[in-house]
Every structure is written in C-alpha cells, then in structure tokens.
Design a protein around this ligand. Structure first.
Ligand SMILES: [Zn+2]
Length: 283
C-alpha cells in the first residue's frame, strides 16, 4: 500500500514539475509580429510592386481585371478658382475621396496598374487610379493629406524643368514615393508632342526620365502627354526610351488589351457634382 501511495504521489508531481519548467522558459514571440513592428521604411524597396504602404492592396481579396474597365482619374490643381475647371476645390476633392473610401475602392499605383494590364496580375475590389498633372504645389500640400487619410495612393506627373520653382519640390516627391505613390514624367518643358521633331520628342522623353530617376532614385515607368497629343512615332520613342505606360487626355477607362501607351483617363472637373463623379467611376 505504501509503495502505491508513493507512485501516485510522483504521478501527481510530474505535471507540476512540467508546468514549473515551462513557466520559467522565455516566451517566444511570433516572428511575423516582430518584423511588422520593427520594419524600417528606409529599408523597403519601393520599386517592388508587391510593396504596400497602405490598405490599398488587400491581398486576401483579389479579382481578375474588371471587364467594366479601370477608371484613371485625371486631376490638375486642388484649389479654388471659380470658372477654371482644371481647379478642383479641396471640399469637392474630399467628398470624392470619401465616396471612394465608403464604397470600397482601392487605389493602384503605376507598378500595380502595369502588372494588372500587361502581366495579368489580379487587382483588389473596385480598383481605381488617381493621377495629377503638372505638379502643382497643392498636390502635396492639399491633396496628399486627404489621400493619406483614406489610405489611398496616387500618381503625380511632373514637368522636370518646373519642379521646385513654385511647384511641388524634390523632397516632397521623394516623400510621396516613400509612401507608395508613383511619380511620372510630364516631359521637360510641357510642349505639345505634335509640334516637335522626332529628335526633340526623344529629348523630352529621355531627359525627363533621366532627371527624375537621378533625382528620386527610383525607376520612372509612366508618361503623360502634355496637351494629350502624340504621333504614332511618339509611341515608339516612348517604348525605346524605357517607358511602360503612357496616358492621353482622351475620355474613357482602361481595359484589358488596351495599348499601354495610349491609355484613356476620366477627367474630373472643378464644379462637377458628386452624382456626376459617381457616374464616371461606378462599377
Ligand atoms: Zn499638363
């Protein structure tokens, strides 16, 4: 009987010993959590299309390229100038971004659009591209804080000869890139391509790309035509100088199978009603 009691005593003791050992062991944190907390934005490769800074790409819910086409919004200045439809007021812009957010839209930057259009990559629900032409200072000062508030990214097409005059400056462009936005070329001098010789067009396209890449330390894949016009030869020069996408001012959405150098956009005018905006972008 005594031996049996001793055996039972030790059997009861074993779980207590095991618990005591585990209680003194250091607790190992899940590695994913440590990585996400210690992530250093400066060490991220922003040229990697898979990199996400915002909630704009939800990798759990991806879909094929929508048959309805992807709207590429074209804005210029976010400021108040009654009568000038290139200027969209801060209030109007805020309302439009709020509507997109409330209706589960997700922004694509240039790398993400290129991957979807050319490489067949999947896209998030209700994809949309937001672009700004001409590099106005208010793009950074007024539009960016609103975009950031909703977790959106955009593409800013800048004229290299004007950067840093009374426009957006180089440091602001670098910050926008670090936050997942794209910068595109809008040429060196903002001259209409159809007024230029092939050599002049080549110079505008290649010089602006080189200046942007040297100043910003990232590859520039997108161009937008000043005044929206081009020759067929312009498209070949674009391809030869290393661009992957270019945008016109022709109205319409981007569809799978479109020529990647003649992409249409949806122009958003100052004074446009919210219902007018919705009719342009709805899926
Ligand atoms: Zn322009």
């Amino acid at each position: 009987m005594k031996t049996k009691k001793i055996i039972i005593f030790f059997l009861l003791l074993i779980p207590l010993i095991v618990m005591a050992i585990y209680a003194n062991m250091p607790v190992k944190q899940p590695e994913m959590e440590l990585v996400s907390k210690d992530i250093n934005p400066d060490s991220i490769d922003i040229t990697n299309p898979a990199y996400e800074t915002s909630n704009s790409m939800d990798t759990t819910n991806l879909f094929p390229f929508p048959t309805e086409g992807i709207p590429v919004l074209m804005y210029h200045s976010i400021s108040t100038a009654p009568g000038n439809t290139l200027c969209v007021s801060e209030t109007q812009f805020q309302e439009e971004m709020a509507w997109l957010e409330n209706n589960n839209y997700h922004t694509l930057n240039m790398d993400q659009l290129y991957d979807a259009l050319v490489n067949g990559a999947s896209v998030p629900e209700n994809p949309i591209v937001i672009t700004f032409d001409d590099g106005y200072a208010d793009n950074y000062q007024v539009a960016w804080p609103i975009l950031k508030q909703y977790g959106f990214t955009a593409t800013f097409f800048v004229i290299t000869n004007y950067v840093g005059t009374d426009t957006i400056d180089w440091n602001q462009l670098k910050e926008l890139i670090s936050q997942g936005n794209s910068i595109g070329s809008h040429s060196v001098h903002h001259l209409d391509m159809i007024t230029l010789s092939n050599a002049q067009q080549e110079s505008e396209l290649s010089q602006s790309k080189q200046i942007l890449e040297a100043s910003l330390g990232t590859s520039i894949i997108a161009f937008c035509f000043p005044s929206g016009q081009y020759y067929d030869t312009t498209l070949k020069i674009l391809s030869d100088t290393g661009y992957k996408l270019s945008f016109t001012t022709r109205p319409g959405k981007v569809y799978l199978g479109n020529n990647q150098f003649k992409l249409h956009r949806v122009r958003i005018d100052g004074g446009m009603s919210l219902s007018g905006f919705i009719s342009q972008v709805s899926y």
